[in-house]
Design a protein around this ligand. Structure first.
Ligand code: URA
Length: 284
């Protein structure tokens, strides 16, 4: 009997998912789930949200406590324009602004030249009370067409990463430094970042996440107000105005350099541990 289109699509999705884990070096887990000897970490089966994951994401964000003591903090990263103070030196912990209010304020934005070529403003998507936020660079063609962040090829990879953490896209919040697509997917220019990033800062203040993951250099450099390369800071806990922040590679980079997926998976395990999500250690 010929295979139905639905079956073919399902099998292809499964194949892609297995390929993703294979790339992470986790293939043995799927070949033999009872074996604990072949890799250090088992991700949750991504199709379902684990109880612990769903619980933590349902909780309202924890109040921010004393400053964290990360191995490396933003204080060791030279800010851009070292003569002046940072634009924002502390998170607006008292912000009661809602995402809707911030979106209203953004309006049909014409604050920078990107408005001339965009089709849709891509504000952000996900849980307004998320404990985990992913920040990317800016929308690509698919995002510009659909009005949602990370829905193209890189977005599919990000979705797989989120599911490998035992979470679902709707549990986290996803947004970008700039809300309009830079033409030809070029990097956003400094004036565009300057015009748009205050909306990102307000989104972060509104959500008050426990962890911010910066996807790639633009997000890292914008939040830390630095021009330093992400490569020295990838995978390290940093401080962004009192929020715990961890920079990692952008999914688009991973599409070009699949070998780097293992590093990103290590970074995401740190995030999982911080959020109290189950990270299974290798049995001795
Ligand atoms: N790349 C990004 O940085 N953001 C998106 O939303 C999509 C691709």
């Amino acid at each position: 009997m010929p295979e139905s289109a639905a079956n073919i699509a399902r099998n292809e999705k499964l194949r892609q998912r297995l390929q993703f884990y294979e790339d992470l070096g986790l293939a043995p887990f799927y070949r033999d789930r009872s074996s604990s000897s072949s890799q250090s970490v088992q991700p949750h089966w991504p199709a379902s949200l684990s109880d612990s994951a769903s619980q933590i994401m349902k909780e309202s964000p924890l109040p921010k406590s004393a400053p964290m003591t990360p191995a490396t903090t933003s204080r060791s990263v030279a800010p851009l324009g070292s003569s002046g103070p940072l634009l924002f030196d502390a998170a607006n912990k008292l912000s009661t602004e809602t995402l809707l209010q911030i979106r209203d304020d953004l309006g049909e934005c014409t604050r920078c030249k990107l408005h001339g070529t965009r089709h849709t403003i891509v504000f952000g998507d996900g849980n307004p009370k998320a404990q985990l936020i992913f920040v990317g660079e800016g929308p690509g063609a698919d995002e510009d067409a659909q009005g949602l962040p990370f829905v193209g090829r890189a977005g599919k990879l990000l979705t797989q990463m989120i599911e490998a953490m035992g979470l679902n896209r709707r549990d986290v919040y996803i947004c970008n430094v700039v809300k309009c697509r830079p033409p030809g997917n070029r990097q956003p220019e400094p004036d565009e970042v300057a015009a748009c990033s205050p909306f990102l800062f307000r989104q972060l203040d509104s959500i008050k996440p426990k962890v911010i993951v910066c996807l790639g250099a633009t997000a890292f450099q914008t939040l830390l107000q630095t021009n330093r390369s992400i490569s020295h800071y990838r995978g390290q806990w940093l401080d962004y105005r009192g929020f715990k922040m961890l920079p990692t590679y952008h999914p688009a980079y991973l599409l070009r350099n699949p070998a780097a997926k293992a590093d990103v998976w290590k970074d995401l395990q740190k995030v999982m541990a911080e959020l109290g999500l189950e990270v299974k250690k290798k049995a001795k």
